[in-house]
Design a protein around this ligand. Structure first.
Ligand code: NAP
Length: 247
């Protein structure tokens, strides 16, 4: 069974990984709905879109209902929306941990829960999170983000078992640093806080990758295409790392 004609939702689909994945899915013949908070980047994708904040379960439910009305039952979700804030733990402002958990972990749970009835009714579904290598190992100065991404991996593993009998697979893609607007913001943050040059900041981020390069968005898109495919029907509760051997 291919994904041709299947309706797939991509959150954070207006930029970076989400945009590349949404375009790859559309090129493969899927019916795609992209979601995010800003209309401009969503509209630029030239695909169906719904505006929603993934941290708001009611807004997510409304967006999924509207997407379903427009393009039919939702049989795949790429829970990709996320954000990364950096701060030494001792200086972490009140609210940062809650914010990171809210968008990176609860946001994933909200969109997966919204898609569950359609998948159960079809007896077929694919839930995919774009987690991170930060879901599998620690990194200094991003403790809240790392905690949230570890939570996504836990959610993935538990839900995979819970839904295994329903024809639904649940998996996480765990990339290292990817060349996206999020990476550009991380580099700018390092430059601002340390006075490092941009080239040195980029070198500091790439050093953990044994291949010494940033992951490209099309690599994540291809991994998502595989996990969505019927060929991946036995891949369940898996963390697919894209990190050049870092993990
Ligand atoms: P990005 O370009 O900043 O994309 C993040 C997307 O998420 C944006 O389109 C943003 O759109 C959306 N988003 C953020 N908060 C949201 C919210 N509350 N509700 C709905 N949408 C929201 O960065 P990216 O690198 O492609 O990130 C995609 C995913 O990859 C994230 O989960 C990130 O943690 C993960 N990741 C990134 C890297 C990296 O180095 N870049 C490495 C590993 C994993 P709006 O602002 O319009 O809502």
């Amino acid at each position: 069974m291919s994904i041709e004609g299947r309706h797939i939702v991509v959150t954070g689909g207006g930029s970076g990984v989400g945009a590349a994945t949404a375009q790859a899915l559309a090129a493969a013949g899927a019916r795609v709905t992209v979601m995010g908070r800003r209309e401009g980047p969503l509209r630029e994708q030239g695909l169906a879109y719904q505006i929603c904040d993934v941290t708001d379960a009611d807004a997510v439910a409304q967006a999924f209902a509207a997407a379903r009305d427009a393009q039919g039952p939702i049989l795949g979700v790429i829970a990709n929306a996320g954000a990364a804030e950096s701060q030494p733990f001792a200086k972490m402002p009140a609210g940062m941990l809650a914010d990171m958990l809210s968008v990176n972990l609860i946001g994933v749970a909200n969109v997966w829960q919204a898609a569950l009835p359609d998948m159960k009714a079809a007896g077929w579904g694919r839930m995919i999170a774009v987690a991170s290598t930060a879901g599998l190992k620690g990194y200094a100065y991003v403790s809240a983000y790392v905690a949230a991404k570890h939570g996504v991996v836990g959610l993935t593993r538990a839900l995979a078992l819970e839904l295994a009998g329903a024809g639904i697979t649940v998996n996480a893609i765990c990339p290292g640093f990817i060349d996206t607007p999020m990476l550009d913001r991380s580099v700018a943050n390092i430059v601002e806080k340390t006075g490092m040059s941009e080239a040195d900041a980029r070198a500091a981020l790439v050093k953990d990758n044994p291949q010494k390069r940033f992951i490209q968005t099309d690599e994540v898109a291809e991994a998502a295409l595989y996990l969505l495919s019927d060929a991946a029907r036995s891949v369940n509760g898996h963390t697919l790392t894209l990190s050049g051997g870092e993990i």
